[in-house]
Design a binder for this molecule. Structure first.
Ligand SMILES: O=P(O)(O)O[C@H]1O[C@H](CO)[C@@H](O)[C@H]1O
Ligand SMILES: [Mn+2]
Ligand SMILES: [Mn+2]
Length: 398
């Protein structure tokens, strides 16, 4: 029985979203701007020169980039040997759950609720709820912020007062940063879990625990992040596969993103390298007829939001090498599909995601292109490959 591997490179957008201007993102292009910076010698930390991604480019990365946005960039643009295209999102958010749910066949039918970019950003009743659950007399932050910047700024006060650091972003999120030792990791997780239903009822997509360690001046976030997300509004590809009696494997954040619906086995790791070890192992061990769904988050969390072009390029080149090793492990009847959930152009203003099209690059099928497609077509196509019924608006390009 055929196996499928759906691999999301978090935030690896290729520009060209027709509604980018609505988000203030017209012209944003994560892949093109990284490749151009590399070619111009502006991404030289820990790497050098032209962006090298021969494996994904052979599957059609450069071709998809050109199709999506019209851009031709140095270092990419080989004649594809894979099946390739570019996908356009219709959900109204450019966040991780919206992107993943839609790739899994379920566009988001509602408008998320966002917090205003004011100080305070949160209504008093939410602040009161946090204080009640945390047992504190107040909160710190209460604003839009970048997560690394706000712990540097408010971490010392947090350690003195014991008050949790609460912040948000252009996404529909309520994030709580707290020190793993002085506040307590279990206490932070319990706080976020308790708060999540209150915020989900208001259509805030996620409550996120952002634990950190260290001392003033040298704080660092840990891998113990937990996302408490609203459940998807309808059965997704993961559910379809399970309903057909097939195994599912989730790697990394996929469990949290789907609120643990449709997840057979969850494989987590401290970083993307550990997650890739799981993917390699599953290339050998995943059962016939199974779906493996992986998210690689570090492009986004370590480099996109931090606007670190060199770091993003390094991560892409590392990923490409690992992708080559992974593809060599696949067997006849396997299909591997590489895609992304949104953009996060590290050359763009601010620190937020960017609305972009995403690449759809497939190994294990005949070479060719299906052109532009919808995010939901990814799920329909993988259902076709697995020979199970699909639901929702997607149409198979296989
Ligand atoms: O700046 P940090 O804390 O990494 O936050 C980022 O992570 C959040 C969730 O993925 C996004 O909403 C973005 O703001
Ligand atoms: Mn994402
Ligand atoms: Mn992000």
């Amino acid at each position: 029985m055929n196996r499928a591997f759906l691999i999301v490179m978090d935030s690896v957008g290729i520009g060209g979203a027709p509604d980018a201007a609505t988000f203030g993102d017209e012209g944003a292009n994560t892949m093109a701007h990284i490749a151009e910076a590399c070619a111009a010698g502006q991404a030289e930390q820990g790497r050098s020169g032209l962006l090298r991604m021969p494996v994904l480019d052979a599957l059609g990365l450069g071709a998809a980039l050109h199709l999506a946005s019209g851009a031709r960039v140095p270092g990419l643009g080989a004649v594809p040997t894979g099946l390739w295209g570019a996908a356009t999102e219709v959900s109204r958010g450019k966040d991780t759950p919206s992107g993943h749910w839609e790739l899994a066949g379920v566009p988001v039918p509602w408008d998320w609720s966002y917090f205003p970019d004011t100080a305070p950003a949160f209504p008093p009743e939410i602040v009161a709820e946090v204080c009640c659950l945390a047992g504190t007399a107040g909160i710190l932050g209460n604003c839009h912020a970048s997560g690394t910047e706000i712990i540097d700024r408010l971490g010392p006060e947090h350690m003195r007062s014991g008050w949790p650091i609460c912040y948000t972003s252009a996404d529909s999120v309520f994030q709580i940063a707290a020190h793993e030792e002085s506040f307590g990791l279990d206490r932070l997780i319990a706080l976020c879990e308790g708060l999540a239903p209150v915020l989900h009822a208001r259509r805030v997509g996620r409550v996120i625990a952002r634990p950190f360690v260290g001392q003033p001046g040298s704080f660092s976030r840990t891998a113990n992040r937990r996302d408490f997300a609203i459940a998807p509004p309808a059965p997704t590809l993961l559910d379809w596969v399970q309903e057909a009696g097939r195994p599912t494997h989730a790697i990394g954040k996929i469990g949290d993103i789907f609120s643990h619906r449709g997840i057979g086995k969850l494989h987590k790791g401290k970083d993307d390298a550990a997650l890739f070890d799981h993917l390699d192992r599953l290339a050998t061990e995943a059962e016939p007829g199974s779906l493996t769904f992986a998210n690689f988050v570090e492009f986004d969390s370590l480099y996109g939001h931090r606007r670190d072009v060199s770091g993003y390029a390094r991560a892409l080149e590392w990923f490409d090498t690992r992708a080559g090793e992974f593809l060599a492990r696949l067997r006849p009847g396997d299909l591997a599909l590489f895609t992304a959930d949104h953009g996060n152009d590290p050359t763009w203003r601010g620190t937020e995601h960017t609305r972009e099209r995403v690449p759809v690059l497939i190994a294990g099928s005949d070479a060719g292109s299906f052109g532009l497609c919808a995010f939901a077509d990814v799920a329909a196509s993988l259902a076709t490959h697995l020979n199970i019924p699909a639901q929702g608006p997607g149409r198979s390009f296989l």
